[in-house]
Unconditional design. Structure first.
Length: 201
C-alpha cells in the first residue's frame, strides 16, 4: 500500500496534509466505517471547522486518500518491472508487488479494496482498478505481439486476472479470518496462477 505512514501528525505540516495523514492512520487502525469527520480532526489536532474548510465531508477527504494510495501503488508497480526479461516476468512482478504490498498492511488494504464506501469514493476505487487493468492488458498485448504469449484477448485476460487476484486476497486480508495466512505462500500461488492463465512458457 502507499507509503502514507501511520505516524503522529506534525504540527508544522499544513492542515490539509495533517488531515490526510490522520485519516490514513485511522483507516488502518479501524477501517472505513470506524472513521468519522470529528475523529479525523481530533487525530490531526485541528478544530472540526478546519476539516470542513478543506474537505466537504469524510467522503471528499477519502477520495483524495484513495487517489494518493492509487498513485503510490502505480509507481511501485511500474518500478517493480525494471529489469524483467520477458512479459511473463513483468506480469509476475506486477502481481507480486500488488499482493505483497497489500499483505504487509492487511487492514488498510481491506478498507481500500473491499469495505463498503460512499459512491463518490467507490468511483475513485473503480478508476484505480480500471487503470490497473488497462496497464496489465498492455503488458499482455505486448507479450502476444512479441510471440512470448499465445494469442488471446488482452483486455479480457487482464480483467480476469484482476478479478482472480482480488478474490484470492479476500481470505488472507479479511480482518477476522485472514491473520494466519502465509504472505509468501499467497503471493507465490497468485503469481503461479497468473503465469498459467496468460499461457506463459
Amino acid at each position: 500500500m502507499a507509503d502514507l505512514r501511520v505516524i503522529e501528525t506534525d504540527p508544522r505540516e499544513g492542515t490539509r496534509s495533517r488531515l490526510l495523514r490522520a485519516a490514513m492512520a485511522l483507516l488502518e487502525a479501524g477501517g472505513y466505517a470506524a472513521v468519522s469527520d470529528s475523529a479525523i480532526a481530533e487525530r490531526a489536532g485541528v478544530p472540526i471547522e478546519s476539516f470542513y474548510e478543506h474537505f466537504p465531508s469524510k467522503a471528499g477527504l477519502f477520495v483524495e486518500v484513495f487517489r494518493a494510495v492509487g498513485d503510490g501503488e502505480r509507481a511501485a508497480i511500474e518500478a517493480s518491472t525494471d529489469g524483467a526479461e520477458d512479459v511473463a516476468d513483468v506480469i509476475e512482478a506486477v502481481v507480486s508487488t500488488f499482493a505483497g504490498r497489500a499483505l504487509t498492511r492487511p487492514r488498510l488494504a481491506w478498507a481500500l479494496v473491499y469495505e463498503p464506501v460512499e459512491a463518490v469514493v467507490d468511483a475513485e476505487r473503480m478508476a484505480y482498478r480500471r487503470a490497473y487493468t488497462e496497464r496489465l492488458a498492455q503488458f499482455v498485448r505486448d507479450g502476444v505481439d512479441r510471440g512470448e504469449l499465445p494469442d488471446q484477448d488482452p483486455d479480457l485476460t487482464a480483467a480476469a486476472l484482476i478479478g482472480a487476484i482480488i478474490e484470492g486476497l479476500v481470505g488472507p486480508l479479511a480482518p477476522v479470518v485472514g491473520r494466519n495466512a502465509d504472505p509468501d505462500a499467497v503471493v507465490a500461488s497468485l503469481t503461479a496462477l497468473c503465469r498459467r492463465a496468460i499461457g506463459a512458457r
